[in-house]
Design a protein around this ligand. Structure first.
Ligand SMILES: Cc1cc2nc3c(=O)[nH]c(=O)nc-3n(C[C@H](O)[C@H](O)[C@H](O)COP(=O)(O)OP(=O)(O)OC[C@H]3O[C@@H](n4cnc5c(N)ncnc54)[C@H](O)[C@@H]3O)c2cc1C
Length: 467
């Protein structure tokens, strides 16, 4: 009999398997698709034959559990740490100087002063607006967690009298890419998490970590090798159908091919909207399972463009005040792909309703307006991918819908970015959930049970500043 069966080979299932394998537990990992990685994966583009990511994934310095996961599995070397971000000013201000770029980097000062000069360099905000922004950041960091969870961030910003320019060119820009939701669909607590952990607490929190190889090479290739060499049985194309529950314990999982696999412990690491379908009727309507479908989701779109020549030397760019939000230059790095660029559009509800041709045309014309080299470049190939249920929406009150990893069924853990992790839907959130599920199991079999990694330490100056 297996010690543990993990169902779902996304980052949550992978982190659970890695942590348990390290604790000496025998694990079988079941994944319905032919590859691991879940929402963070790649596929072969038929026209170019290149392996491309479903969407560029970015981690940050504050993602301590994700980075620990990468370190122990040996994939950390396939990430590049960006210590400079490039903000391209909004179109109205860039008319005469098409690629006006504000460089955003830290000074050698303790947080939160490390980014003071970077904020001052955002030339598309006036002095008055920057002061209002500093006031807003301080008020946000001081907001009490109990009230922050129930409040809507757009209303909170209005109460703080944040100027429209600051709202559109700062709060919106950062939060929509981090949470993929409009500000009226984000709780104050979710916004607080992004700004405190990412920008205010520690001088390394904001740094961006980018994979230099396709996600599939990381999570399918390198991780499969790590897992199998550490005794985990990885079964791809092994879709689970249902859990067999007898006397309030899971006794087996039935696969789609009819096979039954038994184990002592089970981890369900599938997206939240699938969880109930694995359970017998009598459990489906019990909390927390009956609330899972109330978690709303938001789409993310990625536009993939292949030009006949380079369009910019920048490694990436945050495009302020445009349809295109982030540009990633994939012509660089360990696996450079020729003149290949990816544009990410989060909170993509409107984009999802429009035709691919139309959206791609709009994105290309934005890039051509920003970079002179793009204006003369010929677009060789393009495609758009919309992930309709990319992430759950961090609406006020949504935390109450997120279950703990220990389910009411004693030997069933839940894992996924949607469980109680304290994080929004991110790779960090998924890995945290996996470590927490593994911790619960390790405790049951009396092994070392502290797997969750600590957050980056908060600087003395931030602690003093926030009182
Ligand atoms: C377009 C997009 C862009 C994103 N950008 C970022 C980013 O820049 N930074 C970041 O941190 N996060 C980003 N995210 C979020 C991140 O991808 C997710 O938070 C994370 O990957 C979720 O992992 P998970 O394991 O919880 O879920 P999933 O990745 O959904 O994994 C669930 C797994 O279960 C499997 N499964 C389903 N049914 C069965 C079954 N019956 N039997 C067996 N297996 C089954 C699925 O195939 C899947 O592999 C993005 C997400 C998307 C979609």
């Amino acid at each position: 009999m297996n010690d543990v069966i993990v169902i779902g080979g996304g980052l949550a299932g992978l982190a659970t398997s890695v942590a348990l394998a390290q604790a000496g537990v025998k694990v079988t990992l079941l994944e319905s698709r032919p590859r691991l990685g879940g929402r963070a994966s790649s596929f072969e583009d038929a026209a170019t034959g290149e392996l491309i990511d479903n969407c560029q994934h970015v981690a940050m310095g504050c993602c301590t559990n994700f980075r620990h996961f990468c370190r122990v599995t040996g994939i950390e070397d396939s990430f590049l740490r960006e210590r400079e971000l490039f903000f391209v000013a909004p179109p109205t201000l860039s008319a005469n100087n098409r690629s006006r770029v504000c460089r955003f980097s830290a000074m050698p000062l303790p947080a939160p002063l490390h980014l003071a000069a970077a904020f001052l360099r955002l030339s598309y905000l006036s002095w008055r607006e920057k002061l209002a922004l500093a006031r807003g950041l301080k008020a946000l960091a001081r907001e009490r967690p109990e009230t922050a969870r129930e409040q809507n961030f757009a209303d909170w910003l209005a109460k703080q009298r944040q100027p429209l320019n600051v709202l559109e060119r700062f709060w919106w820009v950062v939060l929509v890419s981090a949470l993929s939701e409009s500000l009226d669909r984000v709780s104050v607590a979710a916004a607080q998490k992004v700004f405190v952990d990412g920008f205010l607490a520690n001088r390394h929190g904001w740094e961006v970590w980018l994979p230099t190889v396709p996600l599939d090479e990381l999570y399918s290739g390198q991780l499969t090798r790590w897992l199998t060499s550490h005794g985990v049985e990885v079964r791809l194309k092994s879709g689970a159908e249902r859990l067999v529950v007898v006397n309030d314990r899971v006794t087996a999982v039935e696969l789609r091919n009819g096979e039954h696999l038994s184990a002592q412990q089970f981890v369900l690491a599938v997206p939240q909207h699938l969880v109930r379908s694995f359970l017998p009727d009598e459990w489906q309507d019990k909390p927390p399972f009956n609330r899972l479908n109330q978690l709303e989701t938001a789409p993310i779109a990625s536009v993939h463009l292949w030009f006949d020549r380079p369009i910019t030397e920048l490694p990436h760019a945050v495009l302020v005040g445009r349809l295109s939000q982030w540009m990633f230059n994939r012509s660089r790095g360990e696996r450079a792909q020729t003149n290949y660029y990816q544009v990410v559009i989060s909170n993509a509800r409107e984009v999802a309703e429009r035709s691919q041709v139309e959206v791609i045309a709009d994105v290309v014309s934005e890039l051509k307006a920003i970079w002179p080299d793009a204006a003369s470049a010929v677009l060789r190939h393009s495609r758009m991918i919309v992930e309709h249920k990319a992430v759950f929406s961090p609406l006020p009150g949504s935390d109450e819908l997120r279950p703990a990893q220990q389910s009411p069924i004693a030997n069933l853990q839940l894992a996924g970015d949607w469980t109680q992790t304290g994080w929004p839907a991110t790779m960090e959130g998924a890995v945290r959930s996996g470590f927490l599920a593994a911790e619960n199991i390790a405790r049951l079999v009396s092994r070392d049970a502290s797997l969750l990694q600590p957050d980056l330490p908060t600087s003395w100056l931030t602690r003093w500043w926030l009182g």
